[in-house]
Design a protein around this ligand. Structure first.
Ligand code: FES
Length: 573
């Protein structure tokens, strides 16, 4: 056990006026005097809010974490941060990810915490909390909210997010009626919890478990399952031990665990948003993790988890099949990941999954029967995207991996919405749709609109995929041959801003090329007469547009990158 002096003693130890005030103004909540006797003080960072329905049970989960902290001899103190509701927040929850990370960082730094438990779930809540906590680097455990119950509409299992995209395309294509579409609203999301598909929330929860900063089974236990609350209690106990053992977050979050995360992401068919979030977290910890690492490290790793949008099942079925421990066992035993990486419960990844079993090989496929042979995220470069663009290969159409097509440009999301329904739009399935001015600065906040729906006249012919390219993101629940995160974005002067309708683009996934068939002279001419469009912004959006990095660097603010710690701030009085 570490003899290191607890950080909280700087607040609560002694007989001077400062310590008196720090203790007195906590005792008015009902804490007895001996709660400040030198026991570890644990911050519980909660993202509960009625605005974030996915995290609507985290107030109850926090009570279980507190039980565990008390049992282990610690003092839990809960605090809340700005809500990040993925489904409601405009223009994009991503716009506030960095703001919430700052909220988390400064709340931890300015208060007498020795360790932190992060309660997150909905998409951006997990990276925002991890980024803020990484900048303080105290002992930290993440407890995810877990996925919502499986959806069911008219006897059919439906997945949150994924089925919305499918159903809305079916309405446009005339395969179902509008009434049938509206019927799905209540049956699709039946309980609190994050999206039950392999969206960004599930991806980030599972990667957190794989990186060792959450206890085993964190990623997949359903939100309303009693075992989710038991996990909270165990996490409360364990964080007190982590403080006593003096094991900061960077013990587990480092290049080694990130390399594992990239491979696990391929195996689960994880979200492209994980690329941006992990880049940002790595930046906060001060180690280099390049965009191309995603392609190099993940290349050849098959997708084994048959969950939507890549596959057929939902997170509840993945949990019942054995969840992440069963998958990790397969990956460890076959040398796909580094099983010796440590985890926050004191054991290695391999030790944690030694006795895990796969109870359903339809859901967690064996290596010789994958969902997709190579599920890695692919990074393409070329004169269109010198900073790169990403493709979730396991959600794309193999027939479109090599394609040259005539471009149809949409200059903004509004332009796309205005023209896509027009039967006179000159477009067919061989065309490539390009959407721009939806990047980190351009929208601002890089919304999840890269999975542009196809024109109705093409859907009506039963065609469900075309190549789409943008400087936007897409929901982890979405699917299709969609090239995202084009960098630099149009608003930052990237070449995607120079493309014109009628140009030709060549996509060559095997050789990782994304080329605009326009001469350098012509591009230079267009550059001279093009002024990148920046949005009208005010208040916090001004800070965002002025400081946000491009997608290939995680969209963090440049002044937040780099390793620092919580330290001991100057006194307030
Ligand atoms: Fe919250 Fe999907 S909208 S996790």
């Amino acid at each position: 056990m570490s003899k290191k002096r607890l950080r909280s003693r700087e607040w609560y130890e002694g007989a001077n006026a400062d310590a008196f005030m720090h203790r007195s103004w906590m005792r008015n909540l009902g804490f007895p005097a001996d709660m400040f006797d030198g026991r570890p003080v644990i911050g519980i960072c909660n993202t509960w809010s009625e605005l974030v329905s996915c995290n609507g049970h985290l107030d109850r989960l926090a009570e279980f974490v507190k039980r565990g902290v008390y049992e282990a001899g610690g003092l839990p103190i809960e605090f809340h941060v700005t809500p990040l509701p993925e489904a409601n927040l405009r223009p994009s929850a991503m716009l506030l990810r960095n703001l919430v990370s700052m909220d988390v960082e400064e709340t931890i730094r300015g208060n007498p915490f020795d360790g932190v438990v992060l309660l997150a779930g909905c998409d951006k809540t997990t990276p925002a909390l991890l980024m803020g906590a990484a900048s303080c680097d105290l002992p930290t455990i993440l407890v995810s909210g877990g996925p919502m119950l499986s959806g069911n509409v008219r006897g059919q299992t439906v997945g949150s997010g994924t089925s919305v995209w499918r159903l809305s395309e079916s309405v446009k294509g005339g395969q179902i009626t509008l009434d049938e579409f509206m019927d799905a609203e209540a049956g699709l999301t039946r309980s609190v919890g994050s999206c039950n598909t392999m969206g960004t929330a599930s991806t980030m929860a599972l990667l957190s478990e794989a990186m060792g900063i959450a206890l085993p089974e964190n990623g997949a236990i359903p939100a309303v399952d009693g075992r989710r609350f038991a996990l909270g209690q165990l996490s409360g106990r364990r964080i007190v031990e982590l403080v006593r053992e003096d094991l900061p977050l960077s013990t587990f979050l480092n290049r080694r665990s990130f390399e594992n995360a990239v491979r696990v992401n391929a195996a689960i068919g994880g979200s492209t948003n994980a690329v941006i979030h992990l880049q940002a977290i790595a930046g906060r910890l001060g180690f280099d993790f390049a965009l191309d690492d995603w392609d190099c490290l993940g290349s050849g790793v098959p997708t084994l988890v048959d969950v939507m949008p890549t596959g057929r099942f939902l997170m509840e079925e993945f949990f019942n099949a054995g969840g992440l421990p069963a998958l990790l066992r397969t990956l460890c035993e076959n040398g796909v990941i580094d099983g010796d990486a440590p985890t926050c419960n004191g054991r290695t990844i391999r030790e944690n999954c030694l006795s895990a079993q796969n109870f359903n090989e339809d859901v967690i496929r064996p290596l010789d029967n994958p969902v997709v042979n190579d599920g890695s995220i692919v990074v393409l470069r070329g004169n269109l995207v010198p900073g790169g663009a990403v493709l979730k290969r396991c959600a794309a159409s193999p027939a479109l991996m090599q394609h040259r097509g005539r471009v149809v440009v949409f200059d903004s999301l509004e332009d796309y919405e205005r023209r896509i329904l027009d039967p006179e739009l000159e477009i067919d399935e061989t065309c490539i749709m390009v959407l721009r001015n939806c990047g980190p600065k351009g929208y601002p906040g890089m919304p999840e609109v890269g999975n542009m729906g196809l024109p109705p006249k093409i859907l009506a012919r039963g065609i469900t995929d075309m190549i789409r390219i943008s400087d936007a993101r897409m929901s982890g629940t979405a699917y299709g041959t969609i090239l995202l995160h084009a960098a630099p974005e149009a608003a930052a002067g990237g070449p995607i801003g120079l493309v014109q309708t009628g140009d030709f683009i060549e996509v060559d996934v095997q050789n990782r090329r994304l080329s605009l068939d326009v001469s350098e002279d012509e591009l230079e001419r267009r550059r001279r007469v093009t002024t990148p469009k920046l949005p009208e912004v005010n208040a916090f959006q001004r800070v965002h547009v002025d400081h946000v990095l491009q997608a290939d660097r995680g969209c963090d603010f440049e002044f937040l990158v780099g390793h620092r710690t919580a330290g001991i701030p100057a006194k307030s009085h």
